[in-house]
Design a protein around this ligand. Structure first.
Ligand code: ADP
Ligand code: NA
Length: 332
């Protein structure tokens, strides 16, 4: 089993990113049997498909790597690198651009959503993004790719590209990767508005817990988090019309690695005066050590760069024979 997954390097990471994405990777790594391996990459090339600040991209990549390592990604067990340092991703993507059809890409719902009405003004990269994603996984003969609902179509496309390439050139080169459906990631909502996603782009800092926040800030933000005057119900159904209450229970459950039902089993009949301090305790206990490790790692950015370079070197060794075979298949 070889699992390949990428994440775009963004700054200002928050609790939603941790529970919804980063922790899923750690769980995946920790579920690997002996002989299996994970490749995790920071998708800095994908980041170029929308407006970026060149002054921020490199820093975001290093910070994201620090958060991943601080959260439990072990760069000895897993191969951790940034995409731009393994040029085979770009080289294979270009070869696969000869195989992918415009009609296939036109049908991608993410392209339609992200380009919106401004198709003419969107970057070519945004359109061709799923071809680079195909290269990202086919390059390593990934057997499994973790996919959320929104990425299923792109993985299907990667399989179509692999099948057409193998068929067109009469080779048995690319492995068709399978989707890896893990436990659904929780969706964390804003602390100020239970109907909005917790997001770095929310102008209110009180709406989110940043992974860089100090313990006292975490406690204050949770204390001030929007809730309601009712007690917690016996069952999850009782939270249906209470989005803020439901969000806080979801956060507790995710941090404690419990089901919402078992959290309610403990807190049913109690109000937020009792629940919020318990939530703050578990948030500080979980996030505090991650923040401290991250801060310590970021004191030596060159060392993080060296970890990424080591991962890139391992990735290059795995990628080289596949790229060479793909080149040979098309006559390069
Ligand atoms: P943001 O919404 O803050 O801009 P990104 O879009 O950069 O975050 O998301 C990076 C990763 O974190 C994605 O895998 C995304 O699904 C996950 N993520 C972001 N916000 C949340 C959230 N509020 N709850 C759960 N997962 C989230
Ligand atoms: Na976003």
């Amino acid at each position: 089993m070889r699992v390949v997954s990428g994440i775009q390097p963004t700054g200002n990471l928050h609790l939603g990113n941790y529970l919804g994405a980063i922790r899923q990777w750690v769980a995946l790594q920790d579920s690997m049997a002996a002989g299996d391996e994970c490749l995790f990459f920071l998708a800095d090339l994908h980041a170029l498909t929308v407006a970026i600040d060149p002054k921020e991209l490199a820093g975001n990549t290093v910070e994201m790597a620090a958060v991943l390592i601080a959260s439990g990604i072990d760069p000895d067990r897993s191969i951790l690198f940034n995409q731009a340092r393994v040029t085979a991703h770009s080289e294979l993507a270009w070869i696969l651009n000869g195989t992918a059809r415009v009609g296939w890409l036109n049908r991608m719902t993410q392209w339609k959503d992200k380009a919106g009405k401004n198709r003419e003004g969107a970057s070519v990269g945004l359109f061709a993004y799923p071809v680079l994603q195909a290269a990202d996984v086919l390059l390593y003969n990934a057997t499994h790719v973790p996919v959320g609902e929104d990425q299923k179509q792109h993985l299907e496309l990667a399989r179509d590209i692999a099948t057409k390439f193998n068929g067109d050139f009469g080779v048995d080169l690319f492995t068709l990767p399978l989707p890896l459906v893990s436990k659904a990631a929780p969706r964390i909502m804003s602390l100020r508005d239970g109907s909005a996603k917790m997001s770095k782009s929310d102008p209110s800092d009180a709406s989110r817990i940043n992974l860089i926040d100090g313990d006292d800030v975490i406690v204050q933000k949770l204390k001030k988090a929007k809730s309601d005057a009712d007690v917690l119900p016996e069952t999850v159904d009782g939270l249906a019309e209470r989005p803020e209450a439901r969000n806080l229970v979801t956060i507790y459950a995710a941090l404690a690695d419990q089901s919402a039902e078992s959290v309610l089993g403990e807190f049913a009949g109690k109000g937020f005066g009792a629940f919020k301090p318990a939530l703050a305790d578990i948030a500080v206990a979980t996030l505090g050590p991650i923040r401290d490790r991250m801060t310590a790692l970021l004191e030596d950015r060159a060392a993080i760069g060296a970890v990424l370079e080591n991962g890139a070197s391992r990735a290059r060794a795995l990628a080289a024979p596949t790229l060479r075979a793909a080149q040979a298949a098309v006559g390069l």
